[in-house]
Ligand binder design. Sequence first.
Ligand code: UDP
Length: 331
Amino acid sequence: MNILVVGGAGYIGSHIVKQLTDSNHKVIVLDNLQTGHAEAVTKPATFIKGNVKDKALLRELFSKTSFDVVFHFAANSSVEESMEDPLLYFDNNVSGLIALLEVMNEFAVKTIIFSSTAAVYGDTSEEIITEDTETTPKNPYGESKRMMEKIIQWCHTAYDIKYVVLRYFNVAGADLAGVIGEDHHPETHLIPIVLEVPLGKRNFITIFGDDYDTKDGTTVRDYVHVVDLATAHLLAMDYLLAGNDSTIFNVGSSTGFSTLEIIQSVEKYTQQKIPVKYGSRREGDPHSLIASSKKIKEVLGWEPLYTDLDSIIDSAWKWHTSHPNGYKNEQ
Ligand code: UDP
């Protein structure tokens, strides 16, 4: 298959690119390197630097290669930043998608796998979230992703664009070969931040809020291994190409860990004490997000292999200890 991966130099996109090329697909990555790294695009994928909003560039790419499928990962994805600058999120995320869909349509490329998020659900009273749970995003990031989902769904109705939307819960870990991993500047995600303490880069962790209505008062999230997430994308592609109906799937582990439990697990794994301070709640944070992954397991036959927290921490730890500066200084 000829596959365009928009945002394929980022943390999640690069893991999908690797699995696609390992499965002998021909992959072209378009990424503006705003948060991604050219070094994260593993060979033999082709890397092209550019913005998804650049329709002239998209047209050039689509006229040179007849793509079978488009994967779309390029988006701003920080909850905190989105609360401070919502227009940035609506502009980059939503208008980037519109440009991509326009050009896909012009070139009659009708298949898209879209990277969405559990942030579309917001605060819900449902303990386990299914794809039918009401979406009430609590921050502009989640709202922008929900808008993008809806745009894709209307393009399905109007232009017969076929889609799978994957709503990721909290993605963590790194490729097991240790070649690619997570490298954000600044890092805002919990697991890599906690690892910075035993790595000697940070002295303590601030827990954002201890008065949530959860088991220990700290926020609860569902952590899924990035390698298992990548597998879900390949299954989603095969599903669409086999002529199945467009749909939405949650991708999570169906287990909730509190922020405190994550810190304790890293302490146990690294055998190092991680000092904790309690701060105020981070604006826009839902109290608990736990997936039901029943649908993706039943429909796509997705079977996550790395479901215990230790295997996530282990792969992330190996990546960070072997790449103390992330991709910096790499050839
Ligand atoms: N968190 C925290 N301290 C940190 C980073 C994150 O307490 O330094 C909490 C955050 O409030 C959230 C959870 O950890 O409830 C997971 O945060 P992350 O940014 O990794 O993912 P999110 O669920 O926001 O997408």
